[in-house]
Each structure stands twice: as C-alpha cells, then as structure tokens.
Ligand binder design. Structure first.
Ligand code: 1GP
Length: 233
C-alpha cells in the first residue's frame, strides 16, 4: 500500500496559536477540499491548544496529522491519522536534526511508530521563525537544495521532503530542482501560497502544496481557491 501522501495535492496547516477568521468554523475549514490537515506551529504551542484543534477537526471527514514542534506537545489521540515529525536538513543547530528526536523517542508510552513519519525539511526563508529557531543556513542555490533532497531520500530514506519558504513565496526553479532530484519521495512545498495561481504554479513542481497562514488571515474561500490550483497543476 502506498503512503497516503502519495495521493495528496494539497495540505492545510493549522496553527493552534492563531484564530480562524471571524464567523468561520473548523467544519468550514475541513470542507475546503484539502486532502489533509496538518496541525502544527512553531511559537506559543501547548499540548492543550493542540488538543483543542485536533478535537474540533476530528468530527469531520479529513485526515488529520499532528506536526509536533517539540516533544512536549505530542498529543496522544485516536483522532489522529498520524504524526509528521520535522527534521531540518539545513539546520545549524543539531537539536532540530536529531536532538529533539532523541527526547521524542522517550516520551511516555513511546512513539507510535506505525503512525509516525519524518519530514525532511529544507528551510529557505531566513526571516521565518523556523529559520531563526533552527539556525538554518538558507543561503542555498537550487543545486544545493536538490542535493539536500537527494541526500534526504537516498541516504536517509526520507519519504517526505519539504521545501519550506514559510511566510513568503519561494523560487519555483528551486522547487523544480528539488523535484527533479527525487525519485520516490513525496515533495511538499510550503510558503506564501495565497491564490489559485500561486498554488498551481508551485503544484507544477511539488507533489503537495501546503497552505498555512492564509486560512487564519483570509479564510476558507481563499483556501478553497488554492485547493483548485493545486488540483489543476
Ligand atoms: C508553513 O509551509 C507552511 O509551515 C505554509 O507557509 O504560512 O506561508 O502558507 P505559509
């Protein structure tokens, strides 16, 4: 059986620390047509906030994954289809490559390996909090990104490679280079997707387009447009 993400075009990432647009509900969010909801966020995260959002989405018919930013916020819930655990390939601080993970594997009850997959992040926007946190080296050429993608898939057996421009629209040629470097792994792209056209453009190269802030800033209609763009790519 192939991995679920092999069939996805679009993922919506919810940040439990941010509100939905006034008047919109998690039911509306789940009805945007997105293939999966990823619940994560870098700042101000607590297990309680995570749990609230997971439970609100669980009533609706969309796969839900938690993307824990650190071991203390991992939520043990049957409502989750799984855990997508980031590891940052271009991090300057080794904590974000394997350091957090060595704590993770020792959480109470242990990790649920049947539902856990890592995402090999390549962090590209130096202004983003994830870049600051991880002390990522974002000064990378398309060729560098392609090389990291190849290392992730071939040397480290990663199923998901994630080119992350969080907060800004990235360079399509860099995304294309990452895509060309991969054989089997699924390429996620995230950052600055805000309408049909940007989703379609990045979806031409990435297997899966990830949309984040848009749902909190503009709302579900804007997200639905990006779903259409990703599906048309
Ligand atoms: C963030 O890649 C996602 O982890 C999406 O980025 O918030 O810019 O859409 P945006």
């Amino acid at each position: 059986m192939s991995a679920p993400w092999a069939d996805w075009n679009h993922v919506l990432k919810l940040d439990p620390d941010k509100d939905l647009v006034e008047g919109e509900t998690f039911e509306d969010v789940c009805a945007t047509g997105t293939d999966a909801i990823e619940i994560g966020g870098t700042l101000g995260m607590t297990e309680e906030k995570m749990r609230e959002v997971i439970e609100a989405c669980a009533a609706h018919d969309v796969p839900i994954y938690q993307e824990p930013s650190n071991p203390s916020v991992v939520v043990d819930s049957d409502a989750l289809d799984g855990y997508l655990v980031p590891t940052v390939f271009n991090a300057g601080d080794i904590f974000w490559v394997t350091g957090a993970h060595k704590e993770w594997v020792r959480i109470d009850g242990g990790l649920d390996w049947d539902r856990t997959t890592t995402e090999a992040y390549i962090v590209m926007n130096p202004e983003a909090s994830v870049a600051e946190y991880t002390e990522a080296d974002c000064d990378l050429s398309a060729d560098d990104v392609a090389a990291y993608a190849e290392v992730a898939e071939k040397m480290f057996g990663q199923e998901i490679v994630y080119v992350e421009y969080s907060g800004t629209l990235g360079d399509p040629e860099t995304v294309r280079a990452a895509s060309d470097a991969l054989e089997e792994a699924t390429l996620f792209y995230g950052g600055g997707i805000h309408d049909y056209e940007t989703a379609r453009q990045m979806g031409e190269h990435a297997d899966v387009v990830v949309v984040g802030d848009l749902v909190h800033d503009e709302g579900v209609d804007a997200v639905a447009e990006t779903v259409a763009g990703a599906n048309d790519a």
